[in-house]
Design a binder for this molecule. Structure first.
Ligand code: ASP
Length: 345
């Protein structure tokens, strides 16, 4: 080997090694994570002890269906907003997830839904919160973005707008499922117990899972992101989390990335998580993986902010870090291959 070829060899090893290192020197960007056109999540997963083969199978099927719905739009050269809306709708309709049908119960026994969507092309955005009769809140969020001069509409006003623009309206009972009802009852019991005994965890009673979200990159290079949720079980006083808050639960900016988050919303709002990932990429030049790791595994973990995010950059590189036990998630590449994960890091 000549001196020059040795030098080239050492330099290439250095380059590849550096590229593969995530925050804290951990390997986090795999070659298979390239060429991604869409990623989705269905929130923080169930604890392994509570998972059954049947639920796991259902989760994987739902994620596959959502990815395929988005990919069908992509394959026809559709836009990233349409990809996101198509994928999120599938997950809102899946009763297993905490969005649309199957949303968690509030303290008053209602199902109050939040959603947001954002276009990376022109930073336009739409969101709704506390709606109880809109079958697919992501569709209404999109209409807020496209057919109103506003970004966020809440409660009965959002619903009135929904009926004016012709979105599908359902009876509130449509969203209720037996499983969510049981979880709510369980949480009420735990809350009662916590009044008399010491709390086991420093976290609030938050055992919910299943918020959904999607990020997409279309053939024109436009990014989009969307998130939809029922929020946190037993929420009260009109509590709204990060999912409908642009910059907290959702953000997209062409040339940078599209982000959708899940987790303990109060932390995601306070730490402006989605936009913080964008800022680290934009101003500090971090890769999508390093930026997302720094926020989720660094800043948030340090303060007990449980959650995760999916982040897709403008080159089709995806990062999906989470600091809890599991996050249901998957992505699809240009060639239509899907990759689905539950507990696997
Ligand atoms: N982030 C949602 C909220 O706080 C909940 C979740 O993602 O699980 O409302």
């Amino acid at each position: 080997m000549t001196y020059l070829s040795k030098l080239v060899c050492v330099f290439s090893i250095f380059l590849v090694g550096n590229w593969a290192m995530g925050a804290g020197g951990k390997v986090s960007q795999k070659i298979s994570d390239q060429n991604v056109v869409m990623a989705v999540h269905a929130g923080l997963g169930i604890e392994k002890s509570e998972m059954t083969p049947a639920i796991e199978k259902q989760f994987r099927e739902d994620i596959e269906k959502a990815l395929q719905a988005g990919y069908a739009v992509y394959a026809k050269k559709g836009g990233s907003l349409d990809m996101v809306e198509a994928a999120v709708k599938v997950m809102e309709d899946a009763p297993e997830f905490n969005a649309g049908k199957g949303a968690v119960f509030t303290h008053d026994g209602r199902n109050e839904l939040d959603a947001s969507i954002m276009s990376g092309k022109d930073l336009s955005a739409g969101a709704v919160a506390e709606v109880t009769t809109i079958k697919n809140p992501i569709a209404l969020a999109r209409l807020v973005m496209e057919k109103s001069p506003h970004v966020l509409l809440v409660g009965s006003g959002a619903e009135q707008f929904g009926s004016e623009v012709g979105v599908e309206i359902v009876d509130p009972s449509y969203f209720r499922t037996e499983q969510r009802y049981k979880e709510w009852q369980q949480m009420l019991k735990e809350e009662e117990k916590a009044k008399t005994g010491p709390r086991k965890s420093s976290l609030p009673p938050y055992h919910t899972w299943g918020t959904v979200g999607a990020v997409a990159l279309d053939t024109s290079g436009d990014l989009a992101a969307g998130t939809s949720t029922g929020g946190m079980t037993n929420k009260r006083y009109g509590r709204v989390g990060d999912s409908p808050i642009i910059g907290a639960g959702t953000y997209a900016e062409n040339g940078v990335a599209a982000i959708s988050c899940t987790g303990h919303g109060e932390f995601f709002i306070r730490y402006a998580v989605a936009h913080d990932i964008i800022s680290l990429m934009k101003y500090k030049g971090l890769s999508v993986q390093k930026a997302a790791d720094e926020v989720l595994l660094g800043k948030l973990k340090k303060v007990g902010g449980e959650g995760g995010a999916i982040a897709l950059d403008s080159h089709g590189r995806v990062a999906m870090p989470y600091n809890s036990e599991a996050m249901t998630r998957g992505y699809i590449t240009k060639d239509g291959k899907t990759h689905i994960f539950l507990y696997e890091k």
